[in-house]
Design a protein around this ligand. Structure first.
Ligand code: GLU
Ligand code: MG
Length: 467
């Protein structure tokens, strides 16, 4: 699939004829409307929809939507930055035809991610999808690198009928238990059917650890497609859950205590079709560049947390010994370090080797999270940063002195701490550009203010059904 490029007012060559034909095909398949989706700075997926007859005009001239959503909070309050948050102005949403799918879980609907450009036809500096595309293109131009990425999706399945927006797990079986799989058998089969119809390549779907929790993982794709896929996967899970009288929560913490929902990022860097994470003479087969990429991620991980764990509820999840990876450390298949090295099995390492970034949840805007993660890794790669010693087992067991000596730091324990680290991180702020970086800070500060005075249970409740 060709890499997505910027939309052009009036449509790119060939787009209009393609949109016209596609719209009629969609209509013949029973599609009545198309969901145009993007993710805001707070991590909420915002949409507009158009009837199928309007697909072609949307591809030509976009669909209007205010830029104010760039500084919306999860509770729909609005904060301001120098450039964003005003009630004035308009943007054009351009559906990406290469990613348009008919939604199997929502009869009558198709879905497409959008790029947002200005009325003058320029890139909108706060469009997170455009940002990720820019980072990916820059990595290719400057370093000859491409990436494969995948975002795991964990969610808690609750009963829709639970009173007062509480979470009532839809299954009571044990973690990874066959009981859960049986109890939600029809639901899980309907999910697999929907994914298959939508060409989402599912690798695994299984019951997870926390009450009512499930997980789905999908094959790695180029980063923009991986972020799109993560949004589509959640739209699908929400829809199928709804049809089964269930409710899906992707919130980092459905309850104030216990294991939360992660959205781990898997990432690998490639040059000329060769995986840099395998076949090298570094540790576990990493090339020198892959080691430095990991080192860059570790250096920037505290600041990155403001992007990958953007909600006050993220910090109910980001606790030691809950497999959320809250330390600036790496290890092979270690589930408590911020970065887990995945080598793949013997014989399949060149295809499969990658790294997993664990302190990521599904409140994160996946485009911002992937773009910032790549920028962090590239900073290490460019400066040939040395990778510290591996940490095996749970870093929480290192007594403080030993952790300090080994450069192992606890990641921010609150959103304000993460914002502080982010403010000081020139690499991430520069990668995002001042308008997006200011939006990240303002939105995180807004979320922090929105939960002032709430206890942990109140924070969990405030975000339980938002993402
Ligand atoms: N649920 C854990 C988290 O919050 C992750 C469990 C796992 O490693 O899959 O990140
Ligand atoms: Mg998991």
């Amino acid at each position: 699939m060709p890499p997505p490029v910027d939309p052009v007012p009036g449509g790119r060559p060939g787009d209009l004829a393609r949109a016209h034909a596609l719209a009629h095909e969609l209509s013949a398949q029973g599609v009545r409307g198309i969901v145009l989706a993007y993710v805001d700075t707070a991590g909420i997926c915002r949409v507009k929809t158009v009837p199928w007859q309007r697909l072609q005009p949307a591809v030509a001239w976009g669909v209007g939507m205010s830029p104010v959503f760039d500084t919306f909070l999860a509770n729909d309050a609005i904060v301001r930055t120098d450039a964003l948050g005003s009630p004035d102005g308009d943007l054009r949403l351009y559906p990406d035809l290469d990613r348009l799918v008919v939604l199997a879980g929502q009869p009558g609907w198709a879905w497409a991610p959008v790029d947002r450009i200005t009325q003058e036809g320029d890139r909108h500096p706060a469009c997170s999808r455009t940002f990720l595309r820019r980072i990916v293109a820059g990595a290719e131009d400057r370093h000859g690198l491409t990436f494969k990425a995948g975002i795991e999706v964990e969610w808690a399945v609750g009963r829709a009928a639970a009173p007062a927006d509480e979470f009532a797990p839809a299954t009571s079986g044990p973690a990874y238990g066959a009981t859960r799989q049986v109890e939600l058998s029809d639901y899980a089969a309907d999910l697999l059917t929907a994914f298959e119809k939508q060409d989402v390549p599912v690798a695994q779907l299984h019951p997870e650890y926390a009450p009512g929790q499930f997980e789905v993982s999908t094959d790695a794709l180029d980063p923009v497609a991986a972020a799109d896929q993560s949004v589509l996967v959640r739209q699908t899970i929400r829809a199928v859950s709804h049809r089964h009288g269930l409710r899906a929560s992707f919130a980092p913490a459905v309850a104030e205590r216990g294991v939360g929902n992660g959205g781990h990022i898997h990432l690998s860097a490639w040059r000329d079709g060769v995986n840099l994470h395998a076949g090298g003479d570094g540790r576990y087969g990493m090339t020198g560049e892959a080691e430095s990429f990991v080192a860059g991620l570790l250096t920037h991980l505290p600041a990155l947390t403001a992007v990958t764990a953007p909600s006050p509820a993220s910090y109910l999840r980001l606790k030691p010994s809950q497999w959320a990876g809250v330390f600036t450390a790496w290890g092979r298949e270690t589930r408590e370090t911020g970065i887990r090295i995945v080598t793949g099995t013997a014989g399949h390492q060149r295809q499969d080797a990658n790294l997993e970034i664990k302190p990521v949840d599904l409140a994160a805007n996946p485009y911002l999270a992937l773009g910032c993660a790549i920028a962090a890794g590239l900073d290490g790669l460019t400066s040939a940063a040395p990778l510290p010693e591996e940490v095996a087992d749970d870093p929480a067991r290192l007594i403080p002195d030993e952790a300090v000596a080994r450069g192992v730091r606890r990641l921010p324990a609150s959103l304000p701490q993460a914002v502080e680290a982010f403010r000081e991180d020139e690499v991430l702020r520069t990668a995002l550009g001042p308008i997006l970086a200011d939006a990240v800070i303002a939105v995180r500060e807004g979320e922090t203010a929105a939960v002032a005075g709430l206890d942990d249970a109140g924070v969990a409740a405030a975000y339980r059904w938002k993402y």
